[in-house]
Design a protein around this ligand. Sequence first.
Ligand SMILES: C[S@@+](CC[C@H](N)C(=O)[O-])C[C@H]1O[C@@H](n2cnc3c(N)ncnc32)[C@H](O)[C@@H]1O
Length: 280
Amino acid sequence: MRLIEGDARRLPGVEPATVDLVVTSPPYPMIPQWDAQFAGLGAPSFASMHDRLEEAWAAVHRVLVPGGLLAINIGDALRTGPEDGFRLWPNHAEVLARCTRIGFRPLPYLLWKKPMNRPNAYLGSGFLPPNAYVTLDCEFILLFRKGDLRRFPPNDPRRSASRYTRPERDAWFSQIWEVRAARQRNGRGERTGAFPPEIPHRLIRMFSVVGDTVLDPFAGTGTTLREARRLGRSAIGVELRAELVRELEREFRVPAEGPRAPAAPAPDAPVPRGPRGRGT
Ligand SMILES: C[S@@+](CC[C@H](N)C(=O)[O-])C[C@H]1O[C@@H](n2cnc3c(N)ncnc32)[C@H](O)[C@@H]1O
């Protein structure tokens, strides 16, 4: 297990072509929870937020082995922009296009459908057409490969030790996953954006073998790292926020590597500058 306090756009200390699988969920552009962090990176608009994320996807491309896989959990946003009015901000389409442009090969993606406690919470105008809108109750898990398939020697014992069962295969390789969301607040009452362990559990079992190295460049509360370790994979976590890194150090009992990043604002912190939710 390695913890790195640093920026996903640089992945300091992660050597080229050393990571077999990346499982991650970045801050979502146009979701108010992440405005302060994007503003801290000089990114107030949809396009500039994706410019910053694209730098991270390029860094991930560099550290993946040939044939390595990238799984990105991301949701779209609904928000009023000053010029556009109320509209959808299709984060999944932007990440798909940008990762493809970087050189990743896109694969069929997954739709993570979260069972809702209040299924009609956002319908808008009761039962009268035409102004209601469809609930955003799915997130995306975008899947990419770097180049051609990974090659293994015949009868590789690591590969057979990593076998999934037929029921697992049938459920996991179909496109819609119904998985309940994780608790969204930590002990300090902050929203974490954590995904439930079931999401990285499935992805790690589907797309890596025992002994592989799994990276989460936006490690957060460490859900991917915890699952990777439990499944006999080596884990590398990169996280910008020092308080989160200190918590990961305490849990995993490993000192984080530097270089230390400048302090990153907490989610929900006041936005230092620039308009909120501009859509350029
Ligand atoms: C959506 S959360 C990830 C949650 C994680 N999947 C979990 O289960 O806890 C995104 C994380 O990325 C971190 N982050 C934002 N920008 C970053 C950057 N440039 N480099 C590294 N981490 C960053 C945030 O501090 C936050 O913890």
